[in-house]
Design a protein around this ligand. Structure first.
Ligand SMILES: Nc1ncnc2c1ncn2[C@@H]1O[C@H](COP(=O)(O)OP(=O)(O)OP(=O)(O)O)[C@@H](O)[C@H]1O
Ligand SMILES: [Mg+2]
Length: 319
């Protein structure tokens, strides 16, 4: 079983609005409402890929009920802690004439210390039957920035792979708890190591810098693939996966699809190369669809053949 944790779950509303302009009144030509938040998106993709998954996290108020109902309707197993405050609704406006996507994310609910402890209990219970736990997305208001870090430490005693996809201070704290995998995009990685990357070499070095902060493995997603430091039989390898850039219909959520693909392959016991390849293929495939977490598994498997994988020499200072 794979557990996805979404502490800031949401209802995602995607609106298609041609010729979108600020200050004007518009009509949508297409709209879609789905349960969202990064962990929920990852769960949706894992389900589409045929992997056993349970989505957990916090859900509150009528919007929280809606999230749970939507997941249940999609046959995505879920077990959320109900909270007092209302879960958020995120609205994204896609202009099909320009491809521009505008997002407005609500601030979201504050979570109490007691609700956090209820969640901790639930997670430790669920994780007993799990192979992988993935923490994805931002933290809700009211919780300490070290929450992911402390949950990763709690999981240490169990035989589960812990995976982190977040940013900012929660990521900084989480890497110190030595999770198994972190998967920032370029911006998140730059923020984590504290400088920008101008060249491919700097990006390559950065993956090693991230691993030096604590995680066993690090994957930095790039618009055209990923760079990853992975372990093969206890030995470190740096890998670069590349795929041809496509004209995206909707880029949002491609990182979630990447991680779902990577984890699906890992759950099946595939070698790191195959996991990275499948992740990149799923990320690329997801850009053809409006709505986060939606992919066509057959198309993703076909795309896998187009993903090039190479070994990069490990820079001397990080080996
Ligand atoms: N235009 C594109 N064409 C092909 N593949 C893409 C494209 N955009 C993204 N991808 C794939 O999706 C994966 C994730 O991309 P990216 O680094 O942009 O994620 P992200 O910034 O975390 O996205 P999000 O947070 O919106 O989910 C990458 O591995 C990349 O290969
Ligand atoms: Mg991401």
């Amino acid at each position: 079983m794979i557990i996805t944790v979404t502490l800031n779950a949401a209802i995602d509303k995607s609106l298609a609005v041609p010729n979108f302009r600020l200050g004007r009144r518009h009509r949508t030509v297409d709209q879609r409402t789905m349960a969202g938040g990064k962990g929920v998106n990852i769960a949706r993709t894992l389900k589409a890929l045929g992997q056993p998954v349970i989505a957990t996290g916090f859900a509150g108020g009528a919007t929280g009920t809606h999230i749970v109902e939507q997941l249940t309707e999609e046959s995505i197993l879920n077990d959320f802690v109900r909270i007092r405050e209302e879960s958020r609704t995120n609205t994204s406006v896609l202009d099909p004439t320009t491809g521009d996507q505008t997002e407005i994310n609500e601030r979201g609910p504050a979570v109490s210390a007691r609700e956090v402890e209820l969640f901790r209990d639930k997670l430790l219970y669920l994780a007993r039957g799990a192979a992988i736990v993935v923490f994805a997305g931002s933290l809700p208001r009211g919780v300490e920035p070290d929450l992911y870090a402390s949950l990763v430490r709690d999981l240490e005693r169990l035989d589960v792979i812990s995976v982190i996809d977040t940013d900012g201070e929660p990521l900084r704290q989480a890497v110190r708890a030595e999770p198994d995998v972190v998967s920032p995009n370029v911006l998140e990685a730059e923020e984590l190591v504290g400088h920008e990357f101008a060249t491919e070499e700097e990006r390559t070095l950065a993956v090693g810098e991230i691993v030096a902060l604590g995680p066993r493995e690090a994957i930095m997603t790039l618009p055209d693939g990923c760079l990853a430091q992975v372990l093969v039989d206890g030995q470190r390898f740096l890998k670069r996966a590349r795929v041809e850039q496509r004209e995206p219909i909707a880029k949002r959520g491609s990182g979630d699809a990447f991680l779902a693909g990577y984890l699906a392959a890992r759950y099946e016991g595939r070698a790191p190369d195959q996991c990275l390849r499948f992740g990149v293929a799923c990320g690329a495939e997801s850009t053809a669809r409006l709505g986060a977490g939606l992919i066509d598994p057959r198309e993703a498997r076909r795309l896998m053949g187009d993903v090039e994988l190479s070994v990069v020499d490990l820079p001397a200072e990080v080996t």
